[in-house]
Design a protein around this ligand. Structure first.
Ligand code: AMP
Ligand code: MG
Length: 401
């Protein structure tokens, strides 16, 4: 049996980013950026008006007020999308709309609210200092400035930023192909009639969901019974994959064939059994460059071991800058007595009270209680020797997100 850190090290030692592909920016949400994004031009590309009003020379309106308005001759209208043809010179102005380029000669905008149109011109009733309501070229991004780094996850803001550099396509990490198999002769596909001694498959669903959530192209391959031949046929049916995940059948029961079958099929073992609770019977192996994991059958154990081992693996394959899961700390809301032994990953839920982050442990911490995962948003990482955690103590947490 090995510690979580050592298991993680063994697993990650050979993990490498998969290739990259180009996708439309509109399809890039949640994907991992695999190139740096710099703008070949300033954003905005030209100095523009931030208001509807008049483009003026600040010196011309320096003395303007309600009592002594300044009258200017209006040269032309400059709506958004048009470029003014006339230079604003002493005593003149241009009607301008938000988003339109500042005409040459002008250096300030007077909001329309501080103006009155006259027959040949405009009366200005408020002064405007140089630069007033002018969005200068490059105020968002300078020419050549790098705005995004590879390894970042593309969210809505990143989509907009990439688009504003003129790109309609972007290079992202190829989604790892994850294949999921449930094992157990008692495990029944939902939708079928429940039979005595059977339970519905939950692992196939939660693992496929987790893999998809973490950026994989996830496919559930179904359930294999606890018979060696049938199990091996199911494993062979996985076809092309980057990560194959089996749940159940990896312990020491008389019908637990997963490890033997995988080894016989040529999978090289990286580790088996990790000193953790929930978890313990976890198998990890490599078949060439492809990873094969046998996770414990208990619904909580398989989800927790996925988060600890499969998630960082997928993150590296995707090319993420900071492989997850994200860690943090929170104050324990209520104490709990624990059985010392293996390192524990307790399920908990965060809440904030007076600016402090608290975590409340799920009441039922058995590894078969899937409800505890539904109720939780973090794992609380507790050292093995701990026999009691006290209310008010700071705990290491792992975000499930
Ligand atoms: P095992 O790891 O195969 O010994 O299974 C441990 C426990 O998890 C047993 O109670 C199984 O019935 C249960 N279990 C195994 N696979 C699944 C599954 N796919 N969905 C729900 N429970 C499962
Ligand atoms: Mg089983």
């Amino acid at each position: 049996m090995i510690e979580v850190e050592e298991a993680t090290r063994k697993l990650m030692a050979k993990a490498r980013p998969l290739g990259a592909e180009e996708v439309p920016v509109l399809k890039a949400l949640g994907r991992v950026l695999r190139e740096d994004i710099a703008s070949p031009f300033p954003i905005p590309p030209f100095s523009k008006s931030a208001m509807d009003g008049y483009a003026v020379r600040a010196v011309d309106v320096a003395a303007a007020s309600e009592e002594s308005p300044v009258e200017l001759r209006v040269l032309e209208d400059v709506p958004a999308g048009k470029v003014g043809r006339h230079r604003v010179t002493k005593g003149t102005a241009a009607r301008i709309m938000t988003g339109a380029p500042i005409p040459p000669g002008a250096d300030a905008i007077v909001m329309v609210e501080y103006t009155e149109r006259t027959s040949g011109g405009v009366r200005i009733i408020q002064q405007a200092p140089k630069g007033k309501h002018v969005a200068p070229a490059g105020e968002d991004v300078r020419k050549g400035q790098r705005v995004l780094r590879q390894g970042a996850v593309i969210r809505a803001a990143e989509m907009g930023m990439i688009a504003s550099t003129g790109r309609s396509k972007v290079k992202v990490g190829i989604k790892p192909k994850v294949r999921v198999i449930s094992t157990g002769s008692e495990v029944l596909a939902p939708g079928k009639e429940l039979k005595p001694g059977h339970i519905y498959d939950s692992n196939g669903y939660s693992l496929t969901g987790l893999a998809a959530t973490r950026g994989a192209e996830a496919k559930f391959l179904g359930i294999a019974p606890d018979r060696k031949g049938a199990l091996e046929r199911k494993i062979k049916s996985a076809g092309d994959f980057d990560v194959l995940i089996l749940s159940g059948g990896v312990s020491v029961g008389d019908y637990d064939f997963v490890q033997d079958s995988l080894l016989e099929l040529g999978v090289k073992r990286l580790f088996y059994k990790v000193r953790m609770k929930p978890g313990k019977p976890v198998f990890a192996g490599l078949e060439g460059r492809r990873y094969v994991l046998g996770l414990p059958g208990n619904p909580v154990s398989c989800m927790v071991t996925f988060e600890l081992f499969v998630r960082p693996l997928l993150d590296v394959m995707l090319g993420k800058k900071e492989p997850g899961p994200r860690r943090g700390s929170a104050c324990l809301a209520e104490g709990k007595k624990l059985k010392p032994g293996r390192r524990k990953f307790l399920r908990g839920r965060l809440h904030e009270t007076e600016g402090h982050l608290y975590v409340r442990l799920s009441t039922d911490q058995e590894s078969g209680i899937l409800r505890s995962m539904v109720e939780s948003d973090v794992l609380v990482d507790v050292p093995g020797e701990t026999d009691r955690v006290e209310a008010g103590s700071m705990m290491d947490i792992i975000y499930l997100e």
